[in-house]
Design a protein around this ligand. Structure first.
Ligand SMILES: O=C(O)CCC(=O)C(=O)O
Length: 272
């Protein structure tokens, strides 16, 4: 059962804070229109010469589901986006964070004709090397996004369940063998009445914002003509602490501090 998308759309970040606390997801429209062309330019460069950190999650299945992380370290446009666009203000407004760190960014491109490029249901937290109550992901659409091209789906309120589910591999959906997470992701699609989901059609420059505990997924790109390029930027508030790294972690570099310690600004820079 899909909840009316209107219920979680908010016009401005301040009005969205209550919604975000309750649902763990909001949709904000039009805040990044000026960034669409510059970010598309970066994506062209990144995909023309993939770095070691790039992955095609659709490899062997047909199609392209391109992923790379931490572009901000290499592309000034992405760094400016992360530090000077509306993104940090959104993060502050939605979480109430007084101090903000950039956790990183994440590029996800599903090319036309990639129906198998599905993103399995997951929460972000098990893939991250830090955790805190004020951590979120801002998913910026750089193409028109519909169910057909791989719109994100969310389980509103799952951010408040107090449960962390075992991470799964994006490529094939199998679980990482990690004892730390006792539970598997529930079968969301198998019981739509019990677990309602929301999804949003987006225009380039719109975004959805989800808490790192909110369950989300997305379909493949069924379209034969429309790309689905998205840049995700993640922030952490002052209560974030390192967690013990696990093999699902999105970044391979060794953490600079021990579990339980505050974030090292050399690794996760402070956002003024
Ligand atoms: O773009 C997608 O399909 C997945 C994105 C995602 O999992 C995230 O933004 O945390």
């Amino acid at each position: 059962m899909a909840v009316a998308a209107q219920a979680v759309v908010a016009d401005d970040p301040a009005a969205a804070a209550d919604r975000f606390a309750a649902d763990g997801v909001v949709c904000l429209r039009g805040l990044f229109r000026d960034w669409v062309e510059p970010l598309r330019g970066v994506i062209d460069e990144v995909m023309a010469l993939p770095r070691d950190s790039a992955v095609n999650h659709a490899e062997g299945k047909g199609g392209v589901f391109f992923h790379d992380v931490d572009l901000w370290k290499h592309f000034d446009t992405v760094k400016r986006f992360a530090f000077t666009s509306a993104a940090p203000a959104i993060a502050r407004a939605l979480t109430g964070a007084r101090a903000l760190h950039l956790y990183g960014d994440h590029l996800l491109v599903k090319e036309p004709g990639s129906p198998s490029a599905q993103t399995p249901w997951h929460q972000d937290e098990p893939y991250l090397r830090a955790a805190g109550t004020r951590m979120l992901s801002i998913w910026v659409a750089l193409d028109p996004v519909t169910t057909d091209t791989g719109a994100m789906r969310f389980v509103p309120g799952s951010n408040r369940w107090g449960r962390l589910f075992r991470p799964v591999r994006f490529a094939h959906g199998e679980e990482f063998a990690l004892d730390r997470f006792a539970e598997s992701v529930p079968d969301i699609d198998g019981d739509p009445e019990r677990t309602p989901t929301v999804s949003f059609n987006l225009a380039p420059g719109d975004c959805t914002v989800h808490h790192i505990r909110t369950l989300h997924s997305s379909g493949g790109n069924q379209s034969l003509a429309t790309r689905r390029r998205a840049l995700v930027v993640r922030y952490a508030g002052e209560d974030a602490r390192y967690v013990a790294p696990n093999k699902a972690a999105l970044r391979s570099a060794d953490p600079k501090r021990a579990p339980g310690e505050t974030l090292d600004p050399a690794e996760f820079p402070a956002v003024p």
